[in-house]
Design a protein around this ligand. Structure first.
Ligand code: NOJ
Length: 550
C-alpha cells in the first residue's frame, strides 16, 4: 500500500535567497523580500519553499559555508524576518524546508576555531592529519571546488580535509559528538516549526576508514572513497530514529553520482532513511558528470535519465523532479532554445511536471530566465567558477575562456530574479550584489503576468492540471519512441485515466508520433503551447498533453 505522505501532492519552489528579492535596499535578497512575494509563490500553485542556506556565513560559497547553524544571517533579516516568513507560509498552507549543510562548516564556525586550537571537546570535530607545510599531502583526493582536498592550518600545524572550498572544512561525522550536534540543529528548527530539510551532499558524510588514496579518476579524485561511505546508512538511520521519526517532516537528500539502484537503499519507502533524492542524471544530457565538461545536448540521454528513475522507483520510492537549481546554468539555454524561449520553456515544463514525483521549481525558471553572459570574467562571484577560470583552459583565447564561463558557471543561473522592467529589474533599489541579466526589460514577471500566453501563466496552468489529475500521482509511466532524437513521448495510465504527453525538442517541424492504442481524436487536449495545430506535424518545440477518461 502506498503510504499517504503530504509531500507527494505538493510542488515546491526553491529560493536562492541572495537573488530572490531585496526588501531593505542593500542589494542583497532577503527574507523581507520573500515575505512580499509569498502570495506570488502561492499563485504559481506551489505549496512549499526550499531555502538555500540563510544562516550566518562569511559567504565563501554563498551560504553553503555556515558559521552558525542556529541563527539567521542579519543580512537576510535575522530571526525576526524568518519567523514572519515561517508564519506567512503556514498561514497560506505552505511548507518550509531548510538546507542542512553538515558535510562541512565554515572555517569561521566556532567549532573550527576551537578545533584548530585543540580545545576539547572540539579537537576531533574535523578531519585532521599530520604533515609538514608544503610536504606530502595526506592522500590524493581532489576538492570539488579548489584544487586539492587538503589545506595546511598554521594554528594547529596539521592538514584539514575540505571536499569543497578551502573555507569549508569537512566535519568528522565518525565522532558521535558531531552527530549529536547535528541532531541538536535538527531539533532546533523542527521545534520552531520548519517542515523538513534538503540535505546538502549528505552522501559524502562517511569517509572510508584510513582515508586511502583513490584510483586515478578524470575528475574529483577521492569520490569513490567518500561518496556512499561505509557508515552512511547507519548515520542517516540514527538521525531518522532520534529526530525525524518524532516529527511530521520530510527529508530530501542531495546525492551526486547516484543511480536508482543505489538510491533505493536510501529512499525505499519501507526501509529507507530519507524520503527523496536529488539525482544528477537529468542534468547531464549536455555534459559529462559536471557542467564543466560540456557536450552537445542529447535528447536521448535526457529521456533515459528521466525514464530510468520513473521505472526503477515505481512502487518502491518517490521521485524528486527538477530541471533547474542554483548549481546549473539555465535550462532553456541548455536543453531548449533561446530563439524559441517561450515555446521551449513550455516543453521543458511539461517534460517534468507530468511525471511521478514531487516537482521543484527554481526561482526565475517560471518566467524563462536565460543564462547570464557578462562581458568580463571579473564579474563572477562563484568560488568554483573563479577557481576554474584561473586554473583551467589557460591556453585558450580570452574569448573562449569567457564563453566557457557563460556555458558552465553556476552564476549563469544566479543573477537576480527579474521582477519588472524597472531599474535593476525591480530586484533592489540599491546596487545588486550580482548584476541583473541585461535582458530584464524583455523577460520579467510583470510582463508575463499580463500575458495570458506567457510561460509564467503556462506554469500556473500546468501545475493546476497536475494537481487535478490522479494519473499524474498514481499512473503507470511509460516512455514511447525512445530512439527518437526529436520527441519525448510518454504516457501515464491508471484504470480510469490516461495521459499522453508529447514534447518536441527541435527548432524544425517534426512528424508527430502517437503510441499505439492512443487515438488523439478521442482525447481531450488539456495543455498545449501553440493555438493552431497541424494533425501530422509538430511546430518547433511544440508540446501537447491529451487526457483520456474512461
Ligand atoms: C551542493 C550545493 O548545492 C552547492 O551549491 C554547494 O556549493 C555544495 N553542495 C557545497 O556545499
Amino acid at each position: 500500500m502506498e503510504r499517504k505522505r503530504w509531500y507527494k501532492d505538493m510542488v515546491f519552489y526553491q529560493i536562492w535567497p541572495r537573488s530572490f528579492k531585496d526588501g531593505d535596499g542593500d542589494g542583497m535578497g532577503d527574507l523581507w523580500g520573500v515575505l512580499e512575494k509569498l502570495d506570488y509563490i502561492k499563485s504559481l500553485g506551489c505549496d512549499g519553499i526550499w531555502f538555500s542556506p540563510i544562516y550566518p556565513s562569511p559567504g565563501a560559497d554563498c551560504g553553503y559555508d555556515i558559521a552558525d547553524y542556529m541563527d539567521i544571517a542579519p543580512e537576510f533579516g535575522g530571526m525576526e524576518a524568518f519567523k514572519k516568513v515561517l508564519e506567512g507560509c503556514h498561514e497560506r498552507g505552505m511548507k518550509l524546508l531548510m538546507d542542512l549543510v553538515v558535510n562541512h562548516t565554515s572555517d569561521e564556525h566556532e567549532w573550527f576555531e576551537k578545533s584548530r586550537r585543540r580545545i576539547d571537546p572540539y579537537t576531533d570535530y574535523y578531519i585532521w592529519r599530520p604533515g609538514e607545510k608544503g610536504g606530502k599531502l595526506p592522500n590524493n583526493w581532489d576538492s570539488n571546488f579548489e584544487g586539492k582536498a587538503w589545506t595546511y592550518d598554521e594554528v594547529r600545524g596539521e592538514y584539514y580535509l575540505h571536499l569543497f572550498a578551502i573555507k569549508q572544512p569537512d566535519l568528522n561525522m565518525d565522532n558521535p559528538l558531531v552527530r549529536e550536534e547535528v541532531k541538536k540543529i535538527l531539533h532546533f528548527w523542527l521545534d520552531m516549526g520548519v517542515d523538513g530539510f534538503r540535505e546538502d551532499v549528505i552522501t559524502y558524510i562517511s569517509k572510508t576508514e584510513g582515508l586511502p588514496n583513490d584510483r586515478i579518476f578524470p575528475i574529483y579524485k577521492g569520490m569513490r572513497k567518500y561518496n556512499h561511505g561505509p557508515h552512511i546508512h547507519e548515520y542517516l538511520s540514527e538521525f531518522k530514529r532520534d529526530v525525524f521519526d518524532k516529527y511530521d517532516c520530510f527529508t530530501l537528500a542531495e546525492a551526486p553520482l547516484v543511480w536508482p539502484k543505489r538510491a533505493l537503499k536510501y529512499i525505499d519507502e519501507e526501509k529507507g532513511q530519507i524520503d527523496m533524492m536529488i539525482q544528477f542524471q537529468c542534468e547531464t544530457a549536455d555534459c559529462l558528470f559536471t557542467d564543466w565538461l560540456p557536450t552537445k545536448f542529447k535528447l536521448r540521454k535526457m529521456k533515459k535519465a528521466f525514464s530510468d528513475w520513473q521505472y526503477k522507483l515505481s512502487g518502491k520510492a518517490w521521485n524528486m523532479l527538477y530541471i533547474e537549481n542554483h548549481d546549473h546554468p539555465r535550462i532553456i539555454s541548455r536543453y531548449g532554445s533561446e530563439k524559441y524561449r517561450t515555446e521551449s520553456g513550455k516543453t521543458l515544463a511539461v517534460t517534468y511536471l507530468f511525471q511521478q514525483g514531487t516537482p521543484f521549481l527554481y526561482q526565475g525558471q517560471e518566467i524563462g530566465m536565460l543564462n547570464w553572459r557578462p562581458e568580463s570574467p571579473e564579474m563572477y562571484e562563484d568560488v568554483q567558477t573563479v577557481y576554474n577560470y584561473n586554473h583551467t583552459n589557460l591556453k585558450k583565447s580570452p574569448e573562449e575562456r569567457l564563453k566557457r564561463l557563460w556555458r558552465c558557471s553556476r552564476d549563469s543561473a544566479r543573477t537576480p530574479v527579474q521582477w519588472s522592467a524597472e531599474k535593476n529589474a525591480g530586484f533592489t533599489t540599491g546596487t545588486p550584489w550580482l548584476p541583473v541579466n541585461e535582458n530584464y526589460k524583455e523577460i520579467n514577471v510583470e510582463k508575463e503576468e499580463k500575458d495570458p500566453d506567457s510561460l509564467l501563466n503556462f506554469y500556473r496552468k500546468a501545475i493546476a492540471l497536475r494537481k487535478s489529475l490522479p494519473a499524474v500521482r498514481y499512473g503507470e509511466y511509460r516512455e514511447h519512441f525512445h530512439r527518437s532524437k526529436k520527441l519525448y513521448v510518454y504516457t501515464r495510465e491508471t484504470e480510469s485515466q490516461k495521459l499522453l504527453v508529447i514534447c518536441s525538442f527541435t527548432e524544425k517541424p517534426a512528424k508527430i508520433k502517437i503510441p499505439s492504442g492512443y487515438n488523439i481524436e478521442k482525447g481531450e487536449l488539456i495543455l498545449a503551447n501553440y493555438k493552431e495545430r497541424d494533425e501530422k506535424i509538430l511546430k518547433p518545440y511544440e508540446t501537447r498533453v491529451y487526457l483520456f477518461n474512461s
